[in-house]
Design a protein around this ligand. Structure first.
Ligand SMILES: *Cc1c(COP(=O)(O)O)cnc(C)c1O
Length: 462
């Protein structure tokens, strides 16, 4: 399988290099040149299989010969062994034809664990084989960073530096990043928003001297391997609800567009997904863009769903690439305009294509809190604010087709917001009960490329 950049100017790579590289050298994102399509029978055969077996069958064609089949199967087994639920991604029912896909049973209680745990295994295997060492940098609004540090801590061939916006992640998220004591993982608190952290990470990738010197690698959702691992649960959920014999819809709490893009990929692989609904909080650039065709960056407004407090949605570039029929030059132009003017207008044809692919909705802070309280009363289900945004938007799309809303994090990851909405303070699962007793290790950094690079240069193992 060959991977090309959304901007069309970077080298074509195989899976392993795509994974290890992260961001393409032309600033674009890697996407598969062609997407394998599963037959009706192949999809039907997935129903009822263990999660790990579905994962192997779905990802195998994308990974191709990067790993031997047995090795890859063993990596998948190790990746999900630490999950707190045998089903890995269990479905529960919320109401008539409305289901919740619980993606928060991994070690850091958010869906990011699905991809990150597997990426940890794949990086370790690849780098050991190559006798190589890399420096992973990532920006996080909270959950990516904790999942990355959890997945990579203690590995030999990797140093990890996670930039998070100081004071803008929850205590649980911060502690998951700052309490692991392994010498190869580091949490850097940047003075700024998530978008600043993400911009500095992109700057590091575009500083080729630094990039090559430290062997920079990325595990943000710009990394295609992340998106790929997330395709799997669309298949397990949909086949449990009757696909491919009947269609299923999904609503996805969305920030950086990685999770919902995985749904789009599942649909292109042949999974009959009727609606794919983008749910946003008040930072609604995606909802506005899908409604008006105008992608215009505003100020980030902090919300009770901080993992979605994003204005620049990186993976949207992958959706644009498809909407523009793979025209890398057109995507380059849009991204140039975004950088110069803070926005762009999607062409009529591309907007039509995006609207055929995605529906969308936006939820206010009050509506989010009301959804948390309402579902607690009516179903007994305690939702995190992100999942609550999903179910609220999904309500506008319920019908004859089963709707699956992705519950992207455990309510105990956002206890203040959940308590404010319901009066109940959700408890951490027992396996993480001592999180608040562990010592923290934090490095403060300025929102400045040179300063951040200096910290990384000084701290990483040579
Ligand atoms: C990362 C995250 C999201 C947004 O997912 P994207 O793939 O960035 O769109 C939503 N909810 C939670 C809890 C998250 O951690």
């Amino acid at each position: 399988m060959r991977y090309i950049s959304t901007r069309g100017q970077a080298p074509v790579l195989g899976f392993e290099d795509t994974m290890l590289t992260g961001l393409a050298r032309d600033g674009g994102l890697y996407v598969p040149e062609e997407v394998p399509v599963l037959s009706h029978a192949e999809i039907a055969a997935l129903a009822g299989l263990p999660y790990e077996e579905v994962a192997l069958r779905i990802m195998r064609p994308f990974v191709a010969d990067a790993f031997a089949e047995d090795d890859f199967a063993a990596m998948i087994d190790r990746a999900y062994a630490g999950f707190g639920h045998d089903a890995r991604a269990p479905l529960v029912q919320l109401g008539p034809n409305h289901f919740l896909l619980e993606l928060f049973h991994g070690p850091t209680l958010a869906f990011k664990d699905f991809a990150m745990q597997l990426i940890g295994q794949m990086f370790e295997t690849s780098l050991k084989r190559r006798g190589d060492r890399v420096t992973i940098v990532g920006a996080t609004s909270g959950d990516t960073g904790s999942a990355a540090i959890e997945a990579f801590r203690g590995l030999d061939a990797v140093d990890v530096f996670i930039l998070y916006p100081h004071g803008r992640v929850s205590d649980v998220q911060r502690r998951q990043m700052t309490t692991p004591s392994e010498a190869n993982v580091h949490a850097l608190a940047i003075a700024g928003h998530f978008d600043d952290a993400q911009a500095r990470v992109k700057d590091m990738f575009n500083d080729f001297g630094f990039r090559d010197r430290v062997g920079l690698a990325g595990v943000n959702s710009i990394n295609f391997a992340r998106v790929l691992a997330q395709v799997v649960y669309y298949f397990t959920a949909a086949t449990a609800l009757g696909a491919p014999h009947r269609p299923v819809s999904f609503t996805v709490p969305t920030g950086n567009f990685g999770d919902i893009f995985a749904g789009h990929l599942a649909r292109r692989m042949g999974l009959p997904i009727e609606k794919l609904v983008v749910a946003t909080n008040q930072n609604d650039i995606l909802h506005r863009c899908l409604t008006t065709g105008e992608y215009r960056v505003g100020e980030v407004t902090p919300s009770i769903s901080p993992s979605m407090d994003i204005q620049v949605s990186s993976n949207f570039e992958r959706a644009l690439h498809l909407a523009y029929d793979g025209d890398g030059a057109a995507v380059s132009q849009l991204m140039d305009e975004l950088r110069r003017t803070g926005g762009f207008t999607v062409s009529q044809g591309a907007l039509q294509s995006l609207r055929e692919t995605y529906a969308s909705g936006r939820v206010s802070e009050d509506e989010t809190a009301a959804a948390i309280a309402g579902y607690r009363t009516r179903t007994g289900q305690l939702l995190c604010p992100h999942g609550a945004i999903g179910v609220r938007v999904a309500e506008d799309h319920l019908g004859a087709t089963p709707m699956v809303t992705l519950a992207t994090a455990h309510p105990a990851k956002f206890p203040d917001a959940v308590e404010a909405a319901t009066g109940l303070r959700p408890a951490l699962p027992p396996r993480m009960g001592d999180l608040f007793e562990r010592d923290e290790r934090i490095t403060r950094v300025a929102n400045d490329l040179a300063a951040i690079e200096a910290v990384i240069d000084e701290t990483r193992a040579a």
